[in-house]
Write a protein that binds this ligand. Structure first.
Ligand SMILES: Cc1ncc(COP(=O)(O)O)c(C=O)c1O
Length: 476
């Protein structure tokens, strides 16, 4: 146990209970056991933990999180992982299969995002190219580091700035913090898309790149990528489109007849994209793809060292050794889905979304923010959305609370396309809103924490609170 007692945690004590429910039930290892435990016993314990946790996401109560989750798909990708669990991309001499899997993952993703419809062919000097990374954040961090180094080298920019919508993912701020870049954050228009004229006005000689999302995490809306691309071309800077969430969804939604504005490499000024295989690509967690227009840009991502006593060393992404099994499982997921599989999956999700949207239209207190296609956010002028979120949690739902405005984000997945799940969501949402509307002074839950975090003027207090949350995670 940590030296901090429950009462020291104050209003964060419920988080400790949520993150550490197993203290009483299972042994806690604060140090290595003297002797190794029996393997069967260990596996049994792990299966017990899995069984305690999986019903909620399997039955479709979670936003995002597990995007496929059918038993057969899981068993298949697990087998693919197991086959390559010893592989390491760092040692291509031992595992050339890793190079096959990753180059094909990059090519398949690029082709889906318009690489075949641009001026230069895929993989040529000016064609679309990229890398497999460990997730959306790494794809974004790498792209931003790439622009910083490109701008320093090609434009002599030593005080780099990045112009991004307020709706862009937190990972862009992480990149700015890690790589000493000044973020210029731009507000949104009435449709929750970036305000293009404000964005144009923020560009200056220190700007290294622009950012747009297709779709953004909070609202699921798509920034006007074609207009951002024109600005980027005119100013001679890059445009990164974050397709981490939408990259494996929008291309298929477009083919299914949804009105998807141009967002990928078919737009000339788009110079890089991030696209997560471990979300709507249906690979297990731990892979994403970052793509660039032209190998020159990708070279600014690479790390090389020519005079290290440990030998000639290079690595394309942040990690050194990498889990070959994850790339193998990602490749297996993609080629087992195929174009028809992605199309069918997207159709099922869109059908669930339309049931949910119709349901929301029938709840007078609620409205959607902007005009999303897949992931969406629900807000209200009449009820406290954090209280609604608590009520949904009490009904087993795992959704995300948004800060500005107070709203609930939902990323619908194949789990919600199971029979009756979308209808259950609407029923529970209707009941939750009615309860909040009719019950004055509800106490407890997470709503007070969200409310406080959204409104405290001194943001340093909120930063401190968030650090405390991570400390709680590491408590025994
Ligand atoms: C639009 C968008 N970009 C980036 C990310 C970051 O992805 P990851 O959590 O895989 O690092 C997410 C995650 O939800 C996202 O929705």
């Amino acid at each position: 146990m940590s030296s901090e007692t429950e009462s020291d945690l104050g209003m964060l004590a419920p988080l400790d209970e949520m993150m550490h429910p197993y203290r009483e039930q299972f042994d806690t290892y604060s140090q290595l056991p003297t002797d190794g435990r029996d393997r069967n016993e260990i596996l049994h314990e792990m299966e017990t933990l899995r069984d305690l946790e999986q019903a909620r996401w399997k039955e479709g109560f979670a936003s995002g999180s597990v995007y496929h989750g059918d038993d057969e798909h899981i068993a298949f990708v697990n087998r693919a992982y197991a086959i390559q669990s010893q592989a390491n991309q760092l040692h291509t001499d031992l595992w050339p299969s890793a190079a096959k899997f990753e180059s094909e993952i990059v090519s398949m993703t690029a082709q889906m995002l318009g690489a075949g419809q641009t001026e230069a062919p895929f993989g040529s000097e000016h064609g679309i190219c990229g890398s497999v990374t460990s997730g959306g954040s790494e794809s974004i961090l790498l792209a931003i580091k790439t622009y910083r180094d490109w701008a320093r080298d090609r434009k002599g920019i030593t005080a780099p700035e990045l112009v991004l919508p307020v709706s862009a993912h937190a990972a862009f701020h992480k990149a700015a913090q890690y790589f000493n870049i000044q973020p210029r954050v731009i507000g949104l228009d009435a449709d929750y898309r970036v305000d293009v004229s404000a964005l144009a006005a923020a560009v200056n000689p220190n700007t290294i790149a622009l950012v747009g999302s297709a779709v953004n995490f909070p609202y699921g809306t798509i920034d006007p990528i074609d207009q951002l691309a024109s600005i980027a071309l005119e100013r001679g800077i890059g445009l990164h489109v974050d397709g981490c969430l939408g990259g494996f969804f929008l291309p298929w939604a477009e083919k299914l007849g949804q009105k998807v504005p141009p967002f990928d490499f078919r737009v000339r000024g788009v110079t890089s994209m991030s696209c997560d295989t471990h979300k709507y690509g249906y690979a297990p967690k731990g892979t994403s793809v970052v793509l660039y227009r032209g190998q020159e840009l990708r070279h600014y991502q690479y790390f090389t060292i020519a005079d290290w006593p440990g030998g000639l060393y290079y690595s394309p992404t942040f990690s050194g050794s990498r889990p070959g099994g994850l790339s193998a499982a990602c490749w297996a997921a993609m080629v087992s889905m195929g174009q028809s599989g992605y199309l069918a999956a997207t159709k099922r999700i869109l059908e669930a979304v339309s049931v949910i949207r119709r349901g929301i239209e029938g709840i007078p207190e609620l409205h959607l923010l902007g005009q999303p296609i897949g992931p969406f956010a629900i807000a209200s002028d009449q009820v406290d959305m954090y209280q609604v979120l608590d009520q949904m949690s009490a009904r087993r739902w795992a959704l995300t609370g948004l800060l500005k405005p107070a709203a609930i984000h939902v990323s619908p997945t194949l789990r919600q396309s199971q029979i009756g799940v979308a209808e259950r969501f609407v029923r529970d949402l209707t009941d939750s809103v009615a309860y909040v509307r009719d019950t004055p002074d509800i106490e407890g839950g997470m709503a007070p924490i969200y409310g406080l975090a959204a409104s405290i003027p001194d943001r340093a207090i909120v930063h401190g609170m968030l650090k405390q949350v991570m400390d709680i995670y590491y408590r025994l």
